[in-house]
Design a protein around this ligand. Structure first.
Ligand code: GRF
Length: 193
């Protein structure tokens, strides 16, 4: 069975969607470890509620950096938990070596736009500011760039007239919750994880 590790900084609704897919029998996997760089993130509470081991990635001294020594420690924790595939779910720091080297092509991310359009933060806001007629959700393999790397799955939705950024983000999250478990299933099957 596929063993997942999750890195997140926020609410963890995507992790919840993965858990829900597992309990529905839609994804044959287990989440072995949840790590967050934000000690107050709700994703850690979700982990506790579901009895999943979790921990804090201590980047307190760094606003947005993910220092090499901390990445090394993170990689060890995930390896010790027997993780096959690392899923970034709202993780707000850029993953670089050595974490990438520890899990080559085994770290994936979900992003609320049709990449390569609108990488970076608040992609839904970027879509509205650009007057895009459609946007969407992408699940991709993580490389050392920001929201780059081979695409696993994408789904488009229209941007509605007069929609607020919050409304668009809420509609994008519905798509995220459906396609992240599906992308994990496809990716792990293709790579025989
Ligand atoms: C999602 O919109 C995801 O695409 C983005 O950050 C958000 C995380 O939401 N990278 P959640 O923590 O999974 O609820």
């Amino acid at each position: 069975m596929l063993t997942l590790g999750i890195l997140g900084s926020g609410s963890g609704s995507n992790m919840q969607a993965i858990l829900d897919a597992i309990s529905r029998g839609g994804l044959s996997a287990r989440i072995a470890m949840v790590l967050s760089d934000n000690p107050d993130a709700f994703i850690l509470e979700r982990a506790a509620i579901n009895g999943i081991p979790s921990g804090v990635i201590d980047c307190a001294a760094h606003r947005s950096k993910f220092p090499e020594s901390v990445q090394q420690h993170t990689a060890r924790k995930l390896q010790d938990a027997g993780v096959d595939l690392v899923c970034l779910a709202g993780f707000m720091r850029l993953v670089k070596q050595p974490l990438l080297d520890a899990f080559p092509s085994r770290i994936i991310n979900i992003h609320p736009s049709l990449l390569p359009e609108f990488p970076g933060v608040e992609a839904w806001q970027q879509a509205i500011a650009a007057k895009a007629r459609e946007t969407g959700v992408t699940v991709h393999v993580v490389d050392s760039g920001m929201d780059t790397g081979p695409i696993i799955l994408q789904e488009a939705i229209p941007v509605l007239p007069d929609e607020t950024p919050g409304q668009l983000h809420a509609r994008l999250q519905i798509v995220e919750h459906r396609i992240y478990p599906e992308a994990i299933k496809q990716y792990s099957r293709n790579f025989k994880l």
